[in-house]
Every structure is written in C-alpha cells, then in structure tokens.
Design a protein around this ligand. Structure first.
Ligand SMILES: [Zn+2]
Length: 935
C-alpha cells in the first residue's frame, strides 16, 4: 500500500486559542443627543408619552433588518450574571442569564444571539421603570435572536433577564456532553460563535465585560468555570449551588464550564516571581481515574508560564489556572480564561511519554498560555483580526519555549511550520492572514494554517528586521496600552512602530500590511554580478511564487523586509533592506566578490528565492557557513523550484546527498518530502515504486544504519527526531524489509498479539509505535487488525486509541476495510476519532475510491459528528485526489452542498486547485522520473 505524503491534513486544522476580560465599562456614547433629549423630556415633563416615544422611535437608528453580520453596537452588555443548572446525565440543561445593558437608542426590539434555546421568560427592566415582558424569537439559522417588547424602551440602561432551557449539543460545541467509561460529563467549546448555544448573549469579541456565575449541580459532581468558587450550598435535594467570583472582562467565546465527577489534582501554587506579586493556584482536571496521569503536565506548567511572563513582563492576568483533559474535543485545545481545555492526548501521560508527545504538550500548552495575554488580556475587535490571537500565540509559544527548553530548538520548529504552510499559500485560492469577514463562512475559515503558521512566520520576519528587543518592547507596550480591552491590527502595528523609532512608522506599516493583506509567497530571483574595480551587485526580481499548473499571475509584489548574508574573503556580512517593486539592484558596501550570497539570512524572511548563475551550487559548496535555519530555507526554496518546474527529479537526486549528509534532522529530512511525493503520486506501477524505494534506501538508509534502530539512553533531541523520521520514511517510501520487521516485532510485543492480548507500553519505543502499528497491519493483515480492534473496544485512553485507530486506518483488505468504514458513524468512536480510518483509506490507492463512495453516501452521518465550526474541513477530503476524473466527481458532489457548510467554500475551491496542481506536477515530472529509473 502506498502512503502519500501524509501531511496530516485534518490535524493541521485543530489548534484553537481563546481569551478574556477587562474592567473598564463602556461609556454611553455621546452622539445620540436627540434620543437622550427626548428621554429627558419624557422623564421630566410626563408629556404625552406615546407621541414623544413614537417620535424618538422614528429618529432611532437601531436597525430593523436582521443583523446577520455584526450586531449593532448601540445596545451592548456591560455585565452578565449566568446561572446554570447542569446534570450531564440529562439531555437538557436550564439557565437564567441576567445582562446589564447600555442602550443608546430607543427601540422596542433588541438583537442578540441564541441558538437552539427555548426561552421561558424574557423580562427587561429599564432603569427606574417598570419591567417589560418580551418575546424571544430565533430569526436566523446562525443564531440571531429578536427580543420584542410591547413598549419602546426609553432608558439608557436596563436589566435583561432570560430564563431558558436548552439541549446539550450533539456535536462538540456549545455546552456538550461526553461519556467516558460509565460516567457523563459536560464541557464547553465556545469559540468562535457557540456561546450562543449555551446562553443568550451578545456573542461577539468586542463585547468584553465581566461575568458572575452560579452553578447548580448534583451533589456528586464538581463544577468549574473561569473564576474560583466562592461558596457552596447544599440545597438538600441532591443538588448543590456554587457561586463563583466575578470575572475580569471577557468576550463570550472565552467563557467556559465543566461539570462532572472529575479527578481533580490540586498542584502546588505557581509561586510569586519578580514579575508577579501573587501566587497562582494550579489544578489539573481529568475524568474519573485519569488524574494521576496529569503529573507531567502540571509539573511543567510553572516553567512554561514563567517563561511567558518573563517575555511580557506582565503578570498572568487571572486569579487561578485550571487545565482540563477532555476526552472528546474538536480542537486541540482552547484557551478559556483560567480554565484551559485540551484533548486528553495533550495532557495525560505515563512513563512511556514520547518525544513527540512532550513537544506537542510543550507547544500547545505554551500556545494556550500565551493566549492568556494575546487574545484574553487583549482581544481582537472582530474575527478579521483573529491572527492577532493565533499568529501570536503560535509565534510566542515557540519563542518562549526556545528559552525554557533550549535543547528542543523550538525556533526551528516555528520556522518549519511557516515553511510547511507555503504549500497552501502557493494556491491562488489561499486566504490572506487578515481576511475581511464578509460572511459567516469567513469566520469559520479564519482558523487555518495561514492564520497560525504564516502569521507566525511573518511575525518572525518583522521581529528579525526590527530587532528582537525592539519588537519585544513593542509587544509589551501594546499589551499595557490595551490590557483588558480590545484592539485591531493597526493598533498593534502602531504600538510596535512606537518602540522602533529607528525605522519610519510608515515603512513598518507598509511591510506588515503587504504581508497581512495579500495572499501568497514572494519569490526573489537573485543574481550576483561582480565586475573588476566595482563593488559586487545583487539584482533582485520580485514576483509571486507559483507552482506548475497554477492559473495565477506572478505579477504581485510585496514590501519585503529582507536580509541577505554573504561572505567576502572569508568574512561574513549581512545587509537588510525593505524591497519594493519588481526590480531592484543593490550594491554591496564591501569590496570584493562574495563566494556566496544567501538571500534569506537566518531563514527569517517569509519568502522563497531562486538563484541564477550557479548560485545554488555556491550555497551548497559553502553550506558549512550556513546556519540550520538557512539550510532549511534553502531546502524549501529548492523544493519550490522543483514544484515550479525549474528543476527536475534527476536534479533533485543529484543535489540531495549534499543535504542529506547533514547531522541535523531539520536539514537532512528536507528532501524526503519530495521523494515521498514522487513515490506516492508520480510512480505508476509497483515496479516503479520498487525502484524508487531503492533510490530512497540508498539516500537515507546509511544514516539509519549509523544511528541504529533503537533509542539510546543519552540520545539528543535531534538524534531521536532524526531516527524517527528515518524509520517512518524508510519503512514506507523505502520499503525497507529490515525496518519493517523491526517495527512489526515491536507492534506484536506492544499489543500482546498471540500472547496475553494486553497492551505492554514498556515493550514499545513510543517514538515509533504509531508507525509500527500501521506497518504491522500491512504486513500481518486482517488477524492482527482484528486484534487491534479488540484492544480498541476495551480502551478509553485517548493516546492508545489514537495509535490503534492509526493502525486500523492502514487495513488493506477490502472486506475488512468496508467493515471498518462503518465504525466512522458508530458510537464506538468518539467524535474526534472519526478521521483516522477516513484518512488512511483515502490515502490508499486501492481503497480511495470505495472510501469516497462511502463518504458521499454517508455525508449526513459524517456531518452529524462534526460541529458546524469544524464542517469547513469536509471538502479537505479532496486533497487526497490527483486525477481529473476525481476532480469532476468531487466537484459534482460538493458543489450543490458547499454553501450549506459553514466556512467550506474556500476549502472546496482550494481542494479543486490542489487536485489540478497535483495533476500538473505528476504530468511534468513523470517522464523525467521514468527516464531516471530506466537509466
Ligand atoms: Zn490558539
């Protein structure tokens, strides 16, 4: 079976972030003097009410059309009090929400949000007046609610009380239930627009106000929210009432709740520090029986949090920190203020924790904690600036962890992410980082790799260009200026510019905006020329990078903050400049002709380059003088040249050994991506694959022989990562029998196959056990796969289940594969587990077609397992296809339904473009590959 470049398409979409609060109340806006005046007259004069009210109503600007975009700002909350009664054993919950309102318009209706909620009563008490009863009507499927009152509301503030009942959500958003073992639990996921499923609200990030919470739960349950509990009262009937402290100002999407019979691990407080004069109570929360596995996550929280505080020089903004392991969760994690939720695989570990698990924990945990500042302390005004949350949390997590865990080299991991996202960013259907939100679709699609990884890369570029300390000062300035409030991209850029006075603000704004507000990757074509008696010149031509088959135009330019590194007479120099326009020639300030010019110093720039006149070879000849980051950038640009048809497969095979020779995993494994593509997509027959496998073994096999298959006690992070990468590549694209046997033996021992039938974690190398299970399923066939299924049925451990499902995803037998497909809709799988089998079968030559047919037939069932917020992922299945027939089939299936799926139109168009590009790539490289293999 053939594994095409498994660029974990689905998982790339899973990390979210979140946030909270602020204390400044919004002032009444002064611009509605007419209404205020008429109100004043009314109050004072007790004139003919009905006449003056209807006059002021006529003058009111409060909209009468349904606001399907943003709510009007003239009626806004100033505080919430949420009372919930929650028993996860029941299908519904009930609540009472009290919202203090500020009103700047006279109106007899109010727009807000609520979805699938049954209101029992609506009462509005204008300040100093009699209560009015209202009606509640959900008037738009996105959850817009109209409250109507018999009389106009003529006050500038009011108290709105809505009592209601609602079902627990069936997918993983709003307030939803999860069964783990025999027990039921309730969790929440509100970002982006799902708080409205749990309580009627002004469900937009700009409405950032304090919350009070009261929860009534069964005596045997515990309840958690963003603030500490203040009191608990036994109600005497099996229920108890818990009152929580008032929160800092929060947008709705950062509010969170958890209810159930949890294991709660009270950890040591995070002590006060030079940045923070109070200690932070820290707890870990997991479902029953899993609490003891929170130790690693809790133990390391202090260092990660302190690292962030050191960078910001601003204390963690909340009173306590709870981290929650959720058995079924749509995203990777969510940064709810003070109550951060995670997929349990990211928090629960035992002594066999792998390096990959540690790094995922460190990275995601730092990301969510970074959000407590980026997003929570300072919140975007609207979803078009969600990159202010996500790009920053992505960037910040790596920058901070790079200091906390220097051996892990998280800076390189950050670069790797921004290089990897260039594949998506070379599509002409790519989003821009700051994409206008024109419909609900755009909110859903804003959480993509462009926002996270390209955003992180662009921040790194500006950081390098302005200088890390200036950039840091700018961030601190921004945080302090807007703390507990909201801000926009331009607010941010201005704050950064104010702390980099050596560069004109306009230059900084232009550079930022040119990357934030247009899609794509700049390509710098660089040519060095040296003439006698003159300083050397570097000619740079700028265009948009496009791969073979692209229908886009290359005529696009950026204001690129670029740094070049070069060496003259053995001395290294660097030159930085904001490049503008299509062509530019730069004269170097030193005399002499450089031995090489590296157009992306330290790999910090978000761009690709191409070289003329032997430029590539001069870089490779001087690779000892290039940093790891520069070699990574070189790898990526070479890959770009091959994908653009500027170089061939045989060129790649010629160049690759010079790169693979590196001891660094980040460098050496670079070319393997292209070899995987050729093996998976270009090779047509088993015979061709076998020949390519042999090429792959020749290139990479000796490295693994040198390292050995087994992890050694004192192995470095780099060595473990390199070995893991080599084992994955050689077992699949290298068809290496010895490696496959090693993995199969490990899988047998791990699963107790034909032995005691129990899992033995200590018998596996946790770094490669996932690969081992897929290889063993391929080589041992159905009996072993059925053994994995049996183990799956008896496990409720997210990590173990994930590995077993990965193995089941590689089943090749068509009959058993058919049976496994049915699991996707069965209760035996958690909602967040439905992808492994789907992805595995879609990436198989033989099973792709039947999986796709099944998918089309069962689309409603699949949809029912994915929250609306995740349904934009559905068209991503098209990324596995690489033929015109499949493109047509994909289009005719999705076209009629794509508008119904929130956020799906863009991924739909991207999948179509990806298929077209794949077809073009294969067509371009096929002959050359064939020729090479027939040599
Ligand atoms: Zn995030």
């Amino acid at each position: 079976m053939n594994k095409i470049g498994l660029i974990s398409i689905f998982s790339s979409l899973i990390i979210l972030g979140g946030c909270d609060q602020n204390t400044e109340e919004k002032d009444q806006s002064p611009d509605n003097t007419k209404v205020v005046q008429s109100l004043a007259e009314q109050e004072a004069g007790k004139t003919d009410d009905s006449e003056s009210i209807s006059e002021s109503l006529a003058e009111s600007n409060y909209p009468t059309d349904i606001p399907t975009g943003r709510l009007p700002e003239t009626i806004s909350p100033t505080q919430y009090n949420i009372e919930l009664k929650v028993d996860p054993n029941q299908p519904t919950f009930s609540g009472k929400v009290t919202i203090n309102l500020s009103l700047e318009e006279v109106t007899s209706h109010i727009w807000l949000h609520g979805k699938d909620i049954t209101a029992k009563s609506v009462t509005l008490t204008p300040h100093g007046k009699q209560p009015l009863n209202g009606t509640y009507e959900e008037v738009d499927k996105t959850g817009v609610v109209k409250l109507s009152f018999e009389q106009p509301i003529t006050a500038d503030s009011a108290k709105l009380v809505i009592e209601y009942e609602a079902p627990f959500n069936e997918a993983l958003e709003g307030l939803y239930r999860v069964k783990d073992g025999e027990l039921n639990y309730a969790f929440t996921q509100f970002e982006a627009t799902a708080a409205r499923l749990a309580f009627p609200s002004f469900d937009e990030p700009a409405f950032k106000v304090p919350y009070s919470y009261t929860m009534t739960v069964r005596n045997e349950h515990r309840a958690f929210t963003s603030t500490p509990a203040m009191s608990e009262t036994d109600l005497g009937n099996g229920w108890k009432k818990i009152v929580f402290a008032k929160s800092k100002p929060l947008p709705t999407y950062l509010v969170a709740f958890a209810v159930g019979d949890f294991d709660v691990v009270e950890w040591q407080d995070i002590p006060a520090s030079d940045v923070r004069n109070f200690s932070i109570p820290l707890r870990g929360i997991a479902t029953k029986g899993k609490g003891h596995r929170l130790t690693y996550a809790l133990k390391n929280t202090k260092d990660i949090l302190n690292g962030l505080e050191q960078y910001f020089q601003i204390p963690y903004p909340y009173k306590k920190l709870d981290i929650v392991a959720v058995p079924d969760f749509n995203a990777g994690a969510m940064e709810n203020a003070g109550l951060i939720t995670y997929r349990e695989q990211l928090l629960l570990f035992d002594s066999t924790i792998s390096l990959g698990q540690k790094r995922a924990y460190m990275n995601v945990h730092a990301h969510e904690l970074a959000h407590q500042w980026f997003g929570n302390l300072v919140t975007p005004v609207w979803w078009d600036d969600i990159w202010l949350n996500e790009a920053f949390a992505t960037w910040m997590a790596h920058v901070s962890n790079n200091k906390v865990y220097p051996k892990q080299k998280f800076r390189q991991a950050l670069l790797e992410r921004s290089l990897n996202v260039m594949g998506s960013d070379s599509l002409i259907t790519a989003r821009q980082i700051r994409q206008p939100i024109e419909s609900n679709h755009d909110i859903q699609s804003a959480f993509d790799g462009i926002t996270y990884s390209k955003g992180g890369g662009v921040l790194s570029m500006l950081e390098a260009f302005l200088g890390p300390e200036n950039f840091r000062a700018g961030i601190q300035h921004y945080m302090k200026k807007f703390e507990f409030g909201n801000a926009t991209a331009q607010d941010f850029i201005t704050a950064i510019g104010e702390k980099s006075p050596h560069i004109p603000l306009e230059t900084i704004q232009d550079a930022f905006n040119s990357f934030l507000e247009q899609p794509g990757i700049p390509l710098l074509s660089v040519e060095l020329s040296c003439e006698a008696d003159k300083n050397a010149q570097v000619a740079i031509e700028q265009s948009r990078y496009l791969p073979i088959g692209s229908k886009g135009s290359t005529k696009q330019t950026w204001k690129v903050p670029a740094c070049f590194k070069y060496a003259i007479d053995g001395n290294q120099h660097q030159m930085c400049k904001v490049l503008e326009g299509k062509n530019q020639t730069i004269e170097l300030s030193e005399e002499g002709c450089p031995t090489f010019v590296m157009p992306n110093a330290n790999g910090a720039g978000y761009y690709r380059f191409s070289m003329q006149n032997g430029g590539w070879q001069s870089l490779l000849d001087n690779k000892e003088q290039l940093s790891t980051e520069e070699m990574m950038s070189l790898n990526n640009s070479l890959q770009g040249a091959i994908n653009a048809g500027k170089m061939t497969f045989s060129d790649l095979v010629d160049i690759a050994p010079q790169i693979i020779a590196s001891d660094s995993e980040a460098i050496a494994m670079g070319p393997s991506k292209l070899f995987s593509f050729v093996y998976g997509k270009v090779a047509e027959s088993d015979q061709q694959k076998a020949k390519l496998a042999s090429v792959n073994r020749n290139l990479y096999g000796p490295k693994l022989t040198e390292l050995g298959l087994e992890t050694q006690k004192d192995d470095s992070v780099n060595t473990i990562r390199l070995r893991t990468g080599l084992i994955e590549f050689l077992s699949n694209e290298g068809e290496d029998k010895a490696v496959r046997q090693y993995l199969t033996d490990m899988a047998i021992a791990y699963t107790g196959y034909k032995n005691d039938g129990n899992i033995h974690p200590e018998k596996a190398d946790s770094n490669v056990i996932g690969t081992a299970l897929t290889v063993a399923v391929e080589d041992l066939g159905v009996p072993f796969a059925k053994h994995l299924k049996m183990l799956l049925d008896s496990s409720n451990d997210g990590t173990v289940r994930g590995r077993l499902l990965g193995g089941l995803g590689s089943v090749e037998d068509p009959i058993y594969a058919t049976e496994l497909r049915e699991l996707i809709l069965s209760e035996e799988l958690r909602d967040n587990e439905i992808y492994s089998i789907m992805m595995g079968q879609l990436s198989s030559d033989e099973l792709q077609q039947p999986m796709w047919e099944w998918f089309k037939t069962n689309i409603d069932g699949v949809k029912s397992r994915i929250p609306p917020f995740g349904q934009n992922r559905l068209p991503v299945v098209g990324r596995y296809f690489c033929s015109n027939d499949m493109k047509q089939d994909f289009k005719s299936f999705f076209k009629p339904i794509v508008e119904e799926l929130a956020g799906a139109p863009r991924p739909y168009n991207q999948s179509i473009e990806s298929i077209e590009l794949c077809v073009a790539q294969v067509k371009f490289h096929k002959d050359n590959v064939e020729q090479y293999l027939n040599q």
